[in-house]
Design a protein around this ligand. Structure first.
Ligand SMILES: Cc1cc2nc3c(=O)[nH]c(=O)nc-3n(C[C@H](O)[C@H](O)[C@H](O)COP(=O)(O)OP(=O)(O)OC[C@H]3O[C@@H](n4cnc5c(N)ncnc54)[C@H](O)[C@@H]3O)c2cc1C
Length: 272
């Protein structure tokens, strides 16, 4: 995929879907990059009774309605994990695995990333630590790599790395890890035991938003925005739990709407 859109939305929870519907109603082309819906907070909620217009329902039931609305809206759903947002020309390039989506504006609707980096993960990112087997696997052909992650994606990536000739050491995401090295990462410490490796693939559902978008202001557990859901990076907007408390559906949906209208206005002004 090497497609271009007016708006790319990262996250397919209620904030992302709300933003997509409003962008579509303003006639914009939209891609929603989203992990599986089971990763959203809403999916995990047993019973939602305080969302206006919908009688008490389970999170899964509301997710099903949102999926159907998104499918009908004409927004493109790209299943996968957004890895980075890079300024390119007058817009942005969003990497999803080894693919790329171009766009004029980005809306971050990634929910809460409870992600804590492993010691050494940030320090060696790009120097022996990777988040993407498809992108970087070939660099480790014939070498030994660790894959840290418990989900299906981690298992798929580990299989892929083996298929291209890597020796793969698999580690669940739940244990304590530390990545050590010199110029490059060369050791994974797992439960106190040292494993010599040439690279470490850390495969999580989410990437912290500050790593997704370099230079993004982040405070008290949320992306800093103004009332129009503009972030500190021009052309990047944010909505939902990723902007901070309160973590509530109605707030997430409302912010998705405002972020969408602001993104559309931003694009229209640039196109004048
Ligand atoms: C158990 C529970 C009960 C709750 N009960 C209520 C309630 O009764 N009432 C209420 O109002 N609220 C309730 N909430 C809170 C509510 O569910 C959240 O506020 C709301 O769902 C947040 O929506 P969101 O779109 O911001 O984030 P999310 O629903 O978390 O969606 C974000 C999505 O983005 C995906 N994502 C993140 N990073 C990336 C990436 N790099 N690439 C691709 N996709 C990515 C995530 O995997 C996730 O699917 C509850 C939450 C929980 C967990």
């Amino acid at each position: 995929m090497q497609a271009s859109y007016d708006v790319v939305i990262i996250g397919g929870g209620i904030a992302g879907v709300s933003a997509a519907l409003s962008c579509r109603s303003r006639g914009k082309s939209v891609a929603v990059i989203a992990n599986g819906e089971e990763t959203s907070s809403l999916y995990k909620a047993e019973r939602i009774a305080n969302y206006p217009g919908i009688p008490a329902a389970s999170g899964k039931e509301i997710c099903a309605v949102l999926s159907a609305q998104l499918a009908e809206s004409g927004a493109e759903l790209v299943r996968g994990r957004a890895l980075s947002v890079t300024p390119i020309g007058a817009g942005f390039g969003v990497a999803v695995g080894s693919e790329f989506c171009g766009c004029a504006a980005v809306i971050l609707a990634a929910g809460i990333t409870r992600e804590k980096l492993y010691p050494g993960e940030g320090e060696f990112l790009g120097r022996g630590v990777s988040y993407c087997a498809t992108c970087d696997g070939m660099l480790y052909r014939g070498k030994t790599v660790a894959v840290v992650g418990g989900g299906e994606e981690a298992a798929r990536d580990a299989d892929f790395l083996e298929s291209i000739g890597c020796t793969v050491l698999r580690f669940p995401q739940t244990a304590r890890y530390e990545i050590r090295g010199g110029m490059k990462a060369d050791t994974l410490v797992a439960g106190g035991e040292e494993h010599k490796v040439d690279g470490v693939f850390v495969i999580k559902d989410t990437v912290s938003v500050t790593r997704l978008v370099p230079g993004l202001a982040y405070e008290n557990g949320g992306i800093v925005t103004d009332r129009m859901m503009r972030t500190s990076v021009p052309g990047v907007f944010a909505a939902g739990d990723c902007t901070g408390k309160p973590y509530q559906l109605a707030k997430a949906a409302g912010e998705g709407n405002v972020a969408a209208l602001s993104a559309c206005e931003y694009i229209d002004k640039k196109n004048k």
